[in-house]
Design a protein around this ligand. Structure first.
Ligand SMILES: Cc1cc2nc3c(=O)[nH]c(=O)nc-3n(C[C@H](O)[C@H](O)[C@H](O)COP(=O)(O)OP(=O)(O)OC[C@H]3O[C@@H](n4cnc5c(N)ncnc54)[C@H](O)[C@@H]3O)c2cc1C
Length: 412
């Protein structure tokens, strides 16, 4: 039976970040990462479309924490210790420069996730962290003393597909693996059941048919729920995507799962204007462009193809002139512009990033140290916790923050 000071289960983002920070602080510790797969860091590799969106240029802890539909309250304290600026500095000090894109997402300047993977692998090697792949953890037990008293000197027995290991401190960074949640349940934790987050909406509707690639800033409501969001919406082959939709999918992850991803949304293509205001603007346009067809020029900042499609939906054909539009046609158009209803029937995976909402109940973790309140010397970080964020680099930031705080908390 091989003994380690610290075993980290899960060779992903949170696991490597924890291990490296621990080893840098405590070179004498014997640390191993147990990974079930034949490769480590597989999600980091495919993340951000192969570019790895490492973090997000949001430097105010409170604002950063607001990006987490689950975890907002709990991460606020930890972000005061380790957040975006620290992440940037951490990577820079280890030779990885990050850059900011217009929307705030941060990537390695190389635009390649391999830079992050290589950085982690070489640091693990440099600090003699044992990376044991093809080691699937199957069970965790304690020695008798631990079971009785949970005192300071405990031993964990970690059963893997390749034999049993022991350690004094155990870090679980197993992401969204249901088997590991079951195991943690056995150890006394409560698990919030997992549902997908960060997905796009499937919509078949004549009004958006053939408009893929069209984008517009909007506000959206999910009818029959409290869910609403605003921001850019992107029309795709299958329906709707873009930040406004992804935000809804994150904040509404549970509500939308409960209705089996079948619901109606209302889109305000004019974002902040009401139907009455839209009607007034249309009346003014009618006066100003009396002799033209409304189809000739897009109005109200709408992309032309979308504008034309909404005109057709309001029953306004290209042959008609602004001056000929009836009050009822203008009303119908103002409704299409501000209260367009669409039927969502299912969801699709957002390829750039997706996460699971669910995991270890946050009340059962000390957020100064990320140590379990149920089992002494057991630490948890990353997606194994019931924490997830909207898209943009925030999910990795959660992994880095948790990993860093664990490394600070574990004293040799
Ligand atoms: C396609 C895609 C793209 C993404 N892009 C981004 C992005 O650009 N930016 C961003 O912020 N987030 C992104 N995310 C989300 C991000 O990848 C996760 O939030 C992050 O990887 C979570 O880190 P983690 O270490 O908790 O879990 P993971 O990275 O999932 O690592 C968990 C590890 O534990 C291992 N494991 C599980 N069970 C066992 C076991 N029993 N024994 C041993 N090992 C085990 C797994 O094999 C895995 O290697 C993306 C996700 C996906 C799916």
């Amino acid at each position: 039976m091989t003994k380690f000071d610290i075993l980290i289960v899960g060779g992903g983002a949170a696991g490597f970040f924890t291990a490296i920070n621990l080893a840098e602080k405590n070179p004498q510790l014997k640390i191993a990462i147990l990974e079930r797969g034949k490769d480590v860091l597989t999600k980091v590799k495919i993340s951000g479309g192969g570019r790895c969106n490492v973090t997000h240029a949001e430097f105010i802890p409170k604002e950063l924490s607001k990006k987490y539909p689950r975890g907002e309250k709990e991460l606020l304290g930890p972000f005061h210790t380790f957040m975006t600026g620290d992440t940037i500095a951490w990577f820079e000090e280890r030779g990885v420069e990050l850059k900011i894109e217009d929307d705030g997402r941060m990537f390695p300047v190389t635009d390649s996730s391999a830079t992050i993977v290589d950085c982690f692998i070489s640091l693990a090697k440099k600090h003699h962290i044992e990376v044991l792949t093809n080691h699937a953890v199957q069970d965790v037990g304690f020695d008798d003393a631990f079971a009785k008293a949970q005192t300071t000197t405990n031993t964990f027995f970690v059963k893997t597909s390749k034999g049993v290991f022991t350690c004094d401190k155990l870090v679980m960074t197993t992401g969204s693996n249901p088997k590991m949640w079951k195991l943690l349940e056995k150890l006394g934790h409560n698990i919030t059941n997992a549902v997908p987050s960060l997905f796009t909406f499937n919509i078949k509707d004549k009004r958006i048919d053939g408009l893929m690639g069209v984008a517009k800033d909007v506000t959206i409501k999910v009818l029959g729920t409290k869910q609403k969001s605003e921001g850019p919406l992107l029309i795709t082959h299958w329906g709707m995507s873009g930040p406004a939709i992804l935000k809804l999918s994150a904040w509404g992850a549970r509500d939308l799962a409960a209705i089996n991803y079948k619901f109606d949304i209302q889109v305000n293509w004019l974002q902040h204007y009401s139907q009455e205001e839209a009607l007034e603007m249309l009346m003014e346009l009618k006066m100003a462009h009396a002799k033209q067809s409304p189809h000739t020029y897009a109005q109200l900042d709408l992309p032309k193809r979308l504008w034309q499609s909404l005109l057709i939906a309001a029953g306004i054909q290209p042959s008609i002139k602004w001056a000929e539009l009836t009050k009822s046609q203008l009303q119908s158009l103002s409704r299409e512009l501000t209260q367009s209803r669409y039927k969502v029937d299912g969801k699709s995976t957002f390829k750039e990033e997706f996460v699971t909402a669910g995991g270890v109940n946050l009340k059962e973790v000390h957020f100064k140290t990320f140590e379990s309140k149920k089992v002494n010397h057991l630490y948890l970080a990353g997606e194994v916790l019931n924490i997830d964020a909207i898209t943009g680099g925030f999910n990795f930031q959660n992994a880095w923050t948790g990993g860093y705080l664990i490394a600070q908390a574990i004293d040799s």
